[in-house]
Write a protein that binds this ligand. Structure first.
Ligand code: FAD
Length: 404
């Protein structure tokens, strides 16, 4: 059984069902209503290591072919994306990403300013820059559509999704997981996947297990429609500004990663705490967008039609926390999204389901063990998680100092 009907929980459930398992998903609120339903919907083939590149590219392929393997239609914008740097330091960083991503099989190419100007209606290059074109990248216009597709495909395969049913306990017998308690019943099961998103730590603590993530706020805005924006434009990520842009609902989506992010631990909030209670701060996005005033004026000037946010679960090393809990057989974790849980969910769910149903970890997956850091105090988790968030687009070169 799976705790949490977000992207990670539903994908794991669907893939377990495709492998012939009978699966129940128990969701405290409604399916897809928390971080997953509020994502920007961006998929990114350029990643910081080989495993994440493989998961990201496999996820893109699965999203594009969703109807073929899941039996339910899913609309995907096959827009491609630009990665842009406007400083020499970030240019070197993108050049490294170009070399390593190409080595790991991604289709990534250098792009010149003329190409940017020809392909983008909402961005004008100004001054020096280095850019990459990533033709494989896609986005899903409304993130709820992936959640609805997961739900429909899961139900087609017999998955039971119980909503408005919080898990309140995890029962352990003979040194292994025996079931869960919810607000209304006991469910007996030998396998429990904790995919509770921002609540993953408090759910694991029901079984006395610690998960190494720090929940951190992330926000985006969608402008009112802007006549000159071409909805067929690619995604743009400006790495030195830590800002991403894409067409959305006739306007522009603007999101970004502030240097001083807000940690927010639901364990210290009232029990009713949900994503609706995450405090939003438009000034954060305004300050980030101001770095692009010359290149993307609509990001700064257009009226805001929607402002939304939620929680990332950040790991100290920026990688997922996914796999079995070594000292408690039967308990699995699907978390540590580090801001890419929506877009990696197809392949991460597939890999976890393969591991759960065969007992063998797919290549590389054991390196994502939720136990890989050993015990870490909360302040270290938070310091490192915030660092990873603030450096989302420019992780330090190998060997560079990280805090904590
Ligand atoms: C504004 C924003 C933009 C983002 N943009 C992107 C993007 O472009 N690309 C990308 O890849 N990622 C993006 N992300 C990150 C992405 O949304 C997350 O990585 C992903 O949604 C995590 O999925 P999840 O299933 O772990 O969490 P959630 O979607 O939060 O699901 C967890 C579920 O567990 C449930 N739950 C919690 N406690 C219990 C309990 N006790 N019992 C039962 N159920 C419980 C919750 O109610 C929730 O529904 C974005 C996030 C935000 C906030």
């Amino acid at each position: 059984m799976v705790i949490g009907a977000g992207a990670l929980g539903l994908s794991t459930a669907l893939h377990c069902a495709l492998a012939g398992r009978s699966v129940v998903v128990v969701e405290r609120l409604t399916a897809g209503s928390q971080a997953s339903g509020r994502a920007a919907g961006l998929f990114k083939s350029v990643q910081a290591d080989e495993l994440r590149t493989r998961l990201a590219r496999r996820s893109i392929a699965q999203a594009v072919d969703f109807a073929d393997w899941a039996g339910v239609p899913l609309e995907v914008a096959r827009s491609g994306s630009f990665l842009i740097s406007r400083t020499a330091q970030h240019g070197e960083y993108l050049a490294r990403e170009l070399a390593q991503s190409t080595k790991w099989g991604a289709d990534v190419r250098e792009a010149d300013p003329a190409q940017l100007d020809a392909r983008l209606s909402y961005y004008r290059s100004a001054g020096e820059q280095f850019a990459l074109w990533c033709p494989e990248d896609i986005y899903i216009e409304e993130p709820a559509s992936l959640m609805q597709a997961y739900l429909a495909a899961s139900r087609l395969r017999g998955v039971v999704v119980a909503e408005h049913e919080p898990v309140t306990g995890i029962t352990v017998a003979g040194g292994r997981v025996a079931g869960v308690e919810t607000a209304i019943r006991m469910i007996t099961t030998p396998v429990v996947v904790d995919a509770a998103g921002g609540w993953v730590r408090q759910v694991a603590e029901l079984a006395g297990v610690s998960v190494p993530v720090a929940p951190v706020r992330h926000q985006l805005l969608i402008t009112a429609p802007v006549p000159d924006i071409d909805p067929a434009d690619p995604i743009t990520r400006v790495v030195d500004a830590a800002v991403y842009l894409r067409p959305a609902r006739g306007g522009l989506m603007v999101g970004g990663f502030e240097p001083d992010p807000l940690p927010l631990d639901p364990r210290q909030q009232p029990p009713s705490f949900s994503t609706d209670d995450v405090p939003l701060d438009l000034d954060v996005l305004r300050r980030l967008a101001a770095h692009l005033a010359a290149e993307a004026p609509a990001a700064v000037a257009a009226a805001v039609a929607e402002h939304r946010g939620g929680l990332f679960t950040m790991c100290p090393d920026g990688r997922f926390a996914a796999g079995p809990v070594p000292h408690l057989p039967g308990l699995w974790v699907a978390s540590g999204c580090n801001g890419s849980g929506f877009s990696s969910s197809p392949a991460l769910g597939e890999a976890l389901a393969a591991w759960i149903t065969t007992g063998t970890p797919p290549p590389g997956m054991a390196s994502l063990s939720p136990a890989r850091f050993g015990p870490l105090p909360d302040d270290t988790l938070i310091t490192r998680g915030l660092w990873q968030y603030a450096h989302y687009y420019d992780p330090a070169p190998a060997g560079a100092h990280q805090p904590g």
